[in-house]
Design a protein around this ligand. Structure first.
Ligand code: PRX
Length: 635
């Protein structure tokens, strides 16, 4: 297992070491893994070209580091606990041996279906063990997985499948989310109509909903698993071969296929997992994130399994059958580490204390949050009522692109401060820069958060578009990786994330580009144009406020268009991207060069209707007054 730091002085010492001699530091951590061939060189990098490589020419298979490395001494230990949506349904527990068998079996199936090293496999599934099995089976044979969150619409799914050129899709008949049944196969069918690249769809039976199986393309998971069994030699991969693609949003409308490679991602996720959560042998670890997002990839599947941990996958939602579900699960399995999103905490907090009645929560040792800033009220509620003032909270800041946790306390080691992600992880060199790119040194400074040196878990490229990768992350500030976040370093040197400084909004931990939502709204035939901004929302963190220009309305009037915009956004992106507020306006505040002044729209969305600062560059300053009137009417 990777080493665990256990004291504050240990952290300070290791951090210093990792900064003064990063390659020596990471080589030592990497030594604890199983490589078919060690690296010739630890790191080469050039931020100007966005070119970073770790563990050059090393050969390995990540699944050998999950299975072969652990089977001898923990084969019978539970690897995955699966808690179904319905608490009355049976739990599934898979030991490392059992998981190994299932991964091998599915790897053989993928091979039999013609999947080779380097091929892309798309995965569109609910939160079931088979999702993790599919990912690991891909990794076993060197195929690149691309998991698409099951809340995405057919259109979004199709866009991602096509961009990656996936040959095969693994999906299910349906999925459960609380009291709802989601017609997953039906959505996948619609998507596949426009995806010529997909030759095969493997369909897991989960809900028994009737589905249409297209002959020659669709096959049942259970039919295949009945036919095939056995083990398969792990494909020997280069450390810099891609492990997966995960799509995320940016400032432009087109989602980016973030690519992570095998060696560095493996070392980084395992080492961060063990140290941030202070995972110890025998602990039960529960991360409530969906595997469709990076948190699920790094800290539900890869990080924990590489550490030989027991990881709990929950199929359902925190509020069903009631708002005590998380805490019931914690007690049922005696969970030791619990990792969730601030938005979930805020919604549970709003539902009152009665859902904690009869819950003991005594097994908990460490609490974590991720995905968005946590406000102090939610932090205290979590600390006092869930952690009972005994459990450190690790507020972990990181991104899809960083692969793993970047700024965070190490549980119980780095003293916490509500709403602060605290201090950088080993090997991470944060740099705070002003708009001109000058680094702001010392404490008590605020600016753009950049990272000045590569780390093993960082993304290597955007699938099929390296130039976009370079431009997005490495061109804003010279020789720095730009995160897109604002940050403050306080008088103690602690980091507090202030939120995005670009056109990305974070709704309930779902990251979205404003342009993506605008594109979906603009598809409406009566919409001329639109502008979307985020505004503070008590539960979701940020809500979506859409300013929409329509020159005429159909018979349903404003309400009719509003409803059909909501339907359209669900269709083009997914229900989670639906605007919370839509206001119809005659025009948008634009400069003479045609740029929308979003600052003004953000102020209006926040309920600030005066003091817009300098508006002299606006083409038509009167439009602002009209927008204010319309927004005030909406309330
Ligand atoms: O703005 C930051 C916010 O989430 C963004 C990354 O989103 P995504 O790639 O979807 O990954 C989310 C899970 C790692 C960041 O740019 N963010 C993430 N964690 C925190 C956070 N904001 C404040 N505090 C955090 N702990």
């Amino acid at each position: 297992m990777v080493p665990k730091i256990s004291t504050l002085s240990g952290y300070i010492f290791e951090y210093q070491k990792s900064i003064t001699n990063p390659t020596g530091f990471w080589a030592n951590i990497a030594e604890t893994f199983y490589w078919r061939k060690k690296w010739d060189q630890v790191l080469t990098w050039d931020f100007k070209k966005a070119d970073v490589k770790w563990f050059l020419n090393a050969k390995l298979n990540i699944t050998e580091n999950i299975f072969e490395r652990h089977l001898f001494h923990r084969g019978n230990q539970t690897a995955i606990i699966w808690e179904p949506n319905d608490p009355n349904d049976a739990t599934v527990k898979l030991s490392y041996f059992e998981l190994f068998d299932k991964v091998n079996q599915f790897a053989l199936i993928l091979k039999q279906q013609g999947i080779e090293k380097g091929d892309r496999v798309a995965i569109y599934m609910p939160m079931v063990p088979e999702l993790a099995i599919t990912m690991l089976a891909c990794a076993r044979i060197g195929a690149v997985h691309s998991v698409i969150f099951a809340g995405f619409s057919a259109q979004s799914l199709a866009d991602r499948i096509i961009d990656a050129g996936a040959k095969l899709l693994v999906t299910s008949d349906g999925g459960y989310r609380g009291s709802k049944t989601i017609p997953i196969k039906q959505i996948a069918d619609e998507a596949m109509e426009s995806c010529k690249c997909v030759k095969t769809a493997i369909v897991l039976k989960r809900t028994n909903e009737p589905v249409t199986m297209k002959p020659g393309r669709d096959v049942w998971w259970h039919d295949l698993t009945q036919q095939i069994n056995g083990t398969i030699e792990a494909e020997i991969m280069d450390a810099e071969d891609p492990l997966f693609i995960l799509y995320t949003s940016g400032s432009t409308g087109k989602p980016k296929g973030v690519v992570h490679t095998i060696g560095g991602y493996m070392v980084y996720t395992a080492y961060t997992f063990r140290n941030v959560f202070q995972y110890g042998d025998g602990d039960i670890y529960f991360c409530s994130a969906d595997i469709g997002w990076i948190t699920g990839h790094s800290y539900l599947v890869y990080g924990p399994l590489l550490t030989g941990a027991t990881t709990l996958i929950f199929e359902g939602i925190p509020t069903w059958p009631d708002a005590g579900r998380f805490w019931e699960i914690v007690d049922k399995y005696q969970v030791n580490q619990f990792y969730t999103a601030p938005t979930a905490l805020r919604s549970l907090m709003a539902m009152g204390m009665k859902w904690l009645d009869g819950k003991h929560l005594t097994s908990l040792k460490v609490l974590g949050t991720v995905g968005e800033p946590i406000n102090e009220e939610a932090w205290h509620w979590y600390h006092d009522h869930i952690g009972k003032n005994r459990c450190p909270i690790v507020d972990t800041w990181w991104q899809t692109e960083t692969g793993g946790i970047m700024i965070s306390p190490l549980a119980g080691i780095i003293p916490t401060k509500p709403s602060y992600a605290t201090l950088p992880f080993m090997g991470i060199r944060p740099a705070i820069v002003d708009q001109e790119g000058n680094e702001l040194m010392g404490n008590s400074v605020e600016g753009n958060l950049c990272i000045a040196y590569p780390w093993p878990g960082m993304a290597r490229t955007i699938w099929g578009d390296h130039e976009r990768f370079r431009e997005t992350y490495f061109s804003t500030f010279q020789n720095l990786y730009f995160t897109g976040d604002g940050v403050k370093r306080d008088e103690d040197g602690y980091y507090r994330i202030l939120g995005r400084v670009d056109d990305v909004i974070n709704v309930s931990g779902h990251r979205m580009g404003t342009a993506e939502v605008e594109n979906a709204i603009n598809e409406h035939p009566l919409v001329n144009e639109s502008a979307v901004v985020g505004y503070p929302h008590a539960i979701k963190g940020q809500g979506i406020f859409a300013f929409v220009v329509c020159t005429e309305f159909s018979t349903g009037g404003e309400e009719g268009v509003r409803n059909s915009i909501l339907v359209g956004v669900s269709k083009f992106i997914g229900a989670f991207a639906r605007p919370d507020k839509i206001v119809f306006v005659k025009g948008l505040p634009k400069t003479r060069s045609g740029k929308i002044m979003r600052r003004i729209l953000r102020n209006i969305a926040e309920g600030q209707y005066t003091n817009f600062g300098d508006t002299t560059t606006l083409l038509d300053p009167d439009i602002v007054t009209e927008i204010v009137v319309a927004a005030q009417k909406l309330g």
